[in-house]
Design a protein around this ligand. Structure first.
Ligand code: RP5
Length: 162
């Protein structure tokens, strides 16, 4: 199976990445994670993206906050799908990173999830890999059924409380 490559601009982004890792593990998707910054370690970030396809990756997740260039910089160096995760920083409630990540000029796309939404990034990566992987598609469908059942259980609980 293709691996998911995970980049984070700083180890301070780890709580967001942990949400993604939890789901990748649950869905039995192999991954590799690195702290590579578009600003502080541009050569490492570039090299990872440049060689990701030949290294067996199928999707790249890139989490960064503030002037969040990591996802766009990774996308510039690969034709693999890149999913950007804007991270909430010390100011502006993550709006800075959201706009930096989502507003890619035409030609170099970055699929962007909501602020701090590592979980949706992992699920979107799984859906991309599942296009060519029936077993993974089955695990995704099972998860969707479990999630639906959990919501219906809450619905029953609310009805009983009101
Ligand atoms: C970004 O700057 C990182 O992705 C992080 O979200 C933010 C702050 O980094 P630290 O100062 O916490 O290392 O590049």
């Amino acid at each position: 199976m293709k691996k998911v490559g995970i980049l984070m601009g700083s180890d301070s982004d780890l709580p967001v990445i942990e949400k993604a890792v939890k789901l990748l593990r649950e869905l039995e998707i192999p991954f590799e994670a690195h702290v590579y910054s578009a600003h502080r370690t541009p050569e490492q970030a570039r090299d990872f993206a440049l060689h990701a396809r030949e290294e067996g990756f199928g999707v790249i997740l890139a989490a960064a906050g503030m002037a969040a260039h990591l996802a766009g910089a990774a996308a510039a160096n690969t034709t693999l799908p890149v999913i950007g995760i804007p991270c909430k920083g010390p100011a502006l409630d993550g709006l800075d990173a959201l706009l930096s990540t989502v507003q890619m000029p035409s030609g170099i796309p970055v699929a962007t999830v909501g602020v701090n939404n590592g979980a949706n990034a992992a699920l979107l990566a799984a859906e991309i890999l599942a296009v060519e992987d029936a077993a993974l598609a089955g695990r995704l469908a099972d998860k969707r059924r479990r999630d639906t059942a959990a919501v219906l259980e809450k619905d029953a609980g609310i009805a009983a409380r009101l």
